[in-house]
Design a protein around this ligand. Structure first.
Ligand SMILES: [Zn+2]
Length: 211
Protein backbone atom coordinates (compact mmCIF):
# COMPACT_ATOMS: atom_id res chain seq x y z
CA UNK A 1 0.00 0.00 0.00
CA UNK A 2 1.05 3.56 -0.69
CA UNK A 3 0.06 6.91 0.80
CA UNK A 4 -2.54 8.94 -1.04
CA UNK A 5 -1.32 12.43 -1.86
CA UNK A 6 -2.91 15.42 -3.51
CA UNK A 7 -1.46 17.31 -6.45
CA UNK A 8 -3.14 20.74 -6.82
CA UNK A 9 -2.94 20.40 -10.59
CA UNK A 10 -3.65 16.70 -11.19
CA UNK A 11 -5.66 15.53 -8.21
CA UNK A 12 -5.27 12.52 -5.94
CA UNK A 13 -2.55 9.96 -6.59
CA UNK A 14 -0.77 7.07 -4.88
CA UNK A 15 2.91 7.00 -4.09
CA UNK A 16 5.57 9.65 -3.62
CA UNK A 17 5.39 11.96 -6.61
CA UNK A 18 2.63 12.92 -9.01
CA UNK A 19 3.12 10.81 -12.13
CA UNK A 20 2.25 13.70 -14.43
CA UNK A 21 4.18 16.71 -13.05
CA UNK A 22 6.60 14.82 -10.80
CA UNK A 23 5.95 17.19 -7.87
CA UNK A 24 5.45 15.90 -4.36
CA UNK A 25 1.99 16.67 -3.04
CA UNK A 26 0.67 16.60 0.51
CA UNK A 27 -0.36 13.34 2.15
CA UNK A 28 -4.14 13.17 2.57
CA UNK A 29 -4.24 9.57 3.81
CA UNK A 30 -1.33 7.47 5.04
CA UNK A 31 -0.89 3.91 3.82
CA UNK A 32 -2.17 2.20 6.99
CA UNK A 33 -5.41 4.12 6.71
CA UNK A 34 -5.61 3.51 2.96
CA UNK A 35 -5.48 -0.19 3.69
CA UNK A 36 -8.10 -0.06 6.46
CA UNK A 37 -10.44 2.11 4.43
CA UNK A 38 -10.01 -0.04 1.32
CA UNK A 39 -10.62 -3.29 3.14
CA UNK A 40 -13.79 -1.99 4.77
CA UNK A 41 -15.29 -0.26 1.72
CA UNK A 42 -14.52 -3.14 -0.65
CA UNK A 43 -15.81 -5.62 1.95
CA UNK A 44 -19.16 -3.83 2.11
CA UNK A 45 -19.49 -3.37 -1.64
CA UNK A 46 -18.40 -6.89 -2.55
CA UNK A 47 -19.49 -9.12 0.31
CA UNK A 48 -21.63 -7.78 3.15
CA UNK A 49 -23.88 -4.78 2.37
CA UNK A 50 -26.70 -6.43 4.37
CA UNK A 51 -24.57 -6.38 7.53
CA UNK A 52 -25.18 -2.61 7.54
CA UNK A 53 -28.67 -2.80 6.04
CA UNK A 54 -27.27 -1.07 2.99
CA UNK A 55 -29.55 -1.23 -0.04
CA UNK A 56 -27.71 -2.48 -3.13
CA UNK A 57 -29.35 -2.59 -6.55
CA UNK A 58 -28.92 -5.47 -9.00
CA UNK A 59 -25.94 -3.78 -10.63
CA UNK A 60 -24.08 -3.39 -7.36
CA UNK A 61 -24.75 0.33 -6.77
CA UNK A 62 -25.32 1.76 -3.30
CA UNK A 63 -26.01 5.32 -2.15
CA UNK A 64 -22.70 7.11 -1.65
CA UNK A 65 -23.83 9.28 1.29
CA UNK A 66 -25.26 6.30 3.16
CA UNK A 67 -22.06 4.33 2.60
CA UNK A 68 -19.95 7.32 3.75
CA UNK A 69 -21.92 7.49 6.99
CA UNK A 70 -21.39 3.78 7.67
CA UNK A 71 -17.68 4.20 7.02
CA UNK A 72 -17.24 7.27 9.24
CA UNK A 73 -19.09 5.53 12.05
CA UNK A 74 -16.42 2.83 11.99
CA UNK A 75 -13.48 5.14 11.33
CA UNK A 76 -13.89 8.58 12.89
CA UNK A 77 -11.12 10.00 10.72
CA UNK A 78 -12.83 8.94 7.49
CA UNK A 79 -15.20 11.06 5.40
CA UNK A 80 -16.66 11.15 1.91
CA UNK A 81 -13.75 13.16 0.50
CA UNK A 82 -11.26 10.56 1.64
CA UNK A 83 -13.38 7.79 0.16
CA UNK A 84 -13.40 9.71 -3.13
CA UNK A 85 -9.63 10.21 -2.88
CA UNK A 86 -9.24 6.47 -2.43
CA UNK A 87 -11.54 5.65 -5.35
CA UNK A 88 -10.01 8.11 -7.82
CA UNK A 89 -6.41 7.20 -6.99
CA UNK A 90 -6.99 3.43 -7.08
CA UNK A 91 -4.69 1.96 -9.73
CA UNK A 92 -6.58 -1.30 -9.91
CA UNK A 93 -9.89 0.29 -10.80
CA UNK A 94 -11.70 -1.43 -7.94
CA UNK A 95 -14.49 1.13 -7.59
CA UNK A 96 -16.79 3.36 -9.57
CA UNK A 97 -18.64 6.49 -8.46
CA UNK A 98 -21.49 7.95 -10.52
CA UNK A 99 -24.58 10.08 -9.72
CA UNK A 100 -23.87 9.97 -5.98
CA UNK A 101 -23.72 6.18 -6.06
CA UNK A 102 -20.74 3.89 -5.59
CA UNK A 103 -20.02 0.26 -6.45
CA UNK A 104 -17.21 -2.25 -6.70
CA UNK A 105 -16.21 -3.01 -10.30
CA UNK A 106 -15.26 -6.64 -9.55
CA UNK A 107 -14.69 -9.14 -6.74
CA UNK A 108 -18.33 -9.56 -5.72
CA UNK A 109 -19.54 -12.54 -3.77
CA UNK A 110 -23.00 -10.97 -3.50
CA UNK A 111 -25.32 -11.89 -6.33
CA UNK A 112 -25.11 -8.89 -8.67
CA UNK A 113 -26.25 -8.88 -12.31
CA UNK A 114 -24.03 -6.05 -13.59
CA UNK A 115 -26.37 -5.56 -16.54
CA UNK A 116 -25.02 -2.08 -17.24
CA UNK A 117 -21.43 -3.26 -17.87
CA UNK A 118 -19.99 -3.02 -21.36
CA UNK A 119 -19.45 -6.25 -23.21
CA UNK A 120 -15.76 -7.20 -23.44
CA UNK A 121 -14.33 -6.92 -26.97
CA UNK A 122 -11.34 -9.22 -26.38
CA UNK A 123 -10.98 -12.25 -28.66
CA UNK A 124 -8.91 -14.13 -26.11
CA UNK A 125 -8.44 -13.78 -22.36
CA UNK A 126 -6.10 -15.34 -19.82
CA UNK A 127 -6.41 -17.13 -16.53
CA UNK A 128 -3.35 -17.51 -14.33
CA UNK A 129 -3.18 -20.42 -11.96
CA UNK A 130 -0.96 -23.15 -10.50
CA UNK A 131 0.13 -26.26 -12.39
CA UNK A 132 -1.99 -28.56 -10.26
CA UNK A 133 -5.08 -26.39 -10.58
CA UNK A 134 -4.55 -25.94 -14.34
CA UNK A 135 -4.87 -29.69 -14.94
CA UNK A 136 -8.15 -29.75 -13.10
CA UNK A 137 -9.56 -26.68 -14.87
CA UNK A 138 -8.72 -28.12 -18.29
CA UNK A 139 -10.92 -31.07 -17.34
CA UNK A 140 -13.84 -29.45 -15.55
CA UNK A 141 -13.73 -25.84 -16.75
CA UNK A 142 -13.33 -22.61 -14.80
CA UNK A 143 -16.04 -21.94 -12.24
CA UNK A 144 -16.40 -18.98 -9.91
CA UNK A 145 -15.00 -19.90 -6.48
CA UNK A 146 -16.34 -17.84 -3.57
CA UNK A 147 -17.22 -15.20 -6.12
CA UNK A 148 -20.17 -14.43 -8.32
CA UNK A 149 -18.10 -14.30 -11.55
CA UNK A 150 -14.97 -15.79 -13.01
CA UNK A 151 -12.23 -13.14 -13.17
CA UNK A 152 -10.14 -13.24 -16.35
CA UNK A 153 -7.09 -11.17 -17.29
CA UNK A 154 -6.81 -9.13 -20.47
CA UNK A 155 -3.04 -9.74 -20.82
CA UNK A 156 -0.68 -12.62 -20.11
CA UNK A 157 1.32 -10.36 -17.77
CA UNK A 158 -1.75 -9.66 -15.63
CA UNK A 159 -2.58 -13.37 -15.60
CA UNK A 160 0.91 -14.11 -14.28
CA UNK A 161 0.54 -11.39 -11.64
CA UNK A 162 -2.70 -12.98 -10.39
CA UNK A 163 -1.21 -16.48 -10.36
CA UNK A 164 1.91 -15.30 -8.49
CA UNK A 165 -0.28 -14.59 -5.47
CA UNK A 166 -0.71 -18.34 -5.11
CA UNK A 167 2.23 -20.03 -6.79
CA UNK A 168 5.85 -19.43 -7.78
CA UNK A 169 5.34 -21.27 -11.06
CA UNK A 170 2.37 -19.72 -12.79
CA UNK A 171 0.55 -21.51 -15.57
CA UNK A 172 -1.47 -19.45 -18.01
CA UNK A 173 -4.66 -20.74 -19.57
CA UNK A 174 -6.05 -19.15 -22.70
CA UNK A 175 -9.78 -18.63 -23.15
CA UNK A 176 -11.21 -18.63 -26.68
CA UNK A 177 -13.67 -15.79 -26.06
CA UNK A 178 -14.94 -15.67 -29.63
CA UNK A 179 -16.12 -19.26 -29.57
CA UNK A 180 -17.34 -19.08 -25.98
CA UNK A 181 -19.49 -16.06 -26.91
CA UNK A 182 -20.99 -17.99 -29.81
CA UNK A 183 -22.17 -20.55 -27.31
CA UNK A 184 -23.89 -17.80 -25.30
CA UNK A 185 -21.41 -17.08 -22.52
CA UNK A 186 -21.39 -13.45 -21.41
CA UNK A 187 -18.13 -11.54 -20.99
CA UNK A 188 -18.23 -8.09 -19.38
CA UNK A 189 -15.50 -5.52 -18.89
CA UNK A 190 -14.72 -4.71 -15.23
CA UNK A 191 -11.79 -2.47 -16.13
CA UNK A 192 -8.75 -2.33 -18.43
CA UNK A 193 -7.27 -5.51 -16.94
CA UNK A 194 -10.19 -7.63 -15.77
CA UNK A 195 -13.07 -9.25 -17.62
CA UNK A 196 -15.85 -11.08 -15.77
CA UNK A 197 -17.66 -14.12 -17.10
CA UNK A 198 -19.93 -16.95 -16.16
CA UNK A 199 -18.53 -20.46 -15.91
CA UNK A 200 -16.20 -21.39 -18.82
CA UNK A 201 -16.51 -24.99 -20.05
CA UNK A 202 -13.28 -26.88 -20.80
CA UNK A 203 -13.73 -26.85 -24.60
CA UNK A 204 -12.94 -23.12 -24.66
CA UNK A 205 -9.79 -23.39 -22.55
CA UNK A 206 -6.28 -24.36 -23.55
CA UNK A 207 -2.85 -24.30 -22.03
CA UNK A 208 -0.28 -21.77 -23.22
CA UNK A 209 2.95 -23.71 -23.60
CA UNK A 210 5.94 -21.89 -22.19
CA UNK A 211 9.13 -21.96 -24.23
ZN1 LIG B 1 0.74 16.75 -10.67
Amino acid sequence: MEDIRFCPEHGYYRGDKCEICNKKGEVVLDKERVEKLGRFVSGILRHFPERFKLKMDENGWVDFDVLSKIVSRKYRWANKWLIKAMVYSDKKGRYEISDNKIRARYGHSVDVKLNDYEEAENEVLYYGTSEEEAERLLEIGIKPVNQRYVHLSTTIEKGIEVAMLRTDEPIILLIDVKRAKESGIRFIKANEFIVLSEEIPPEFIRLIESD
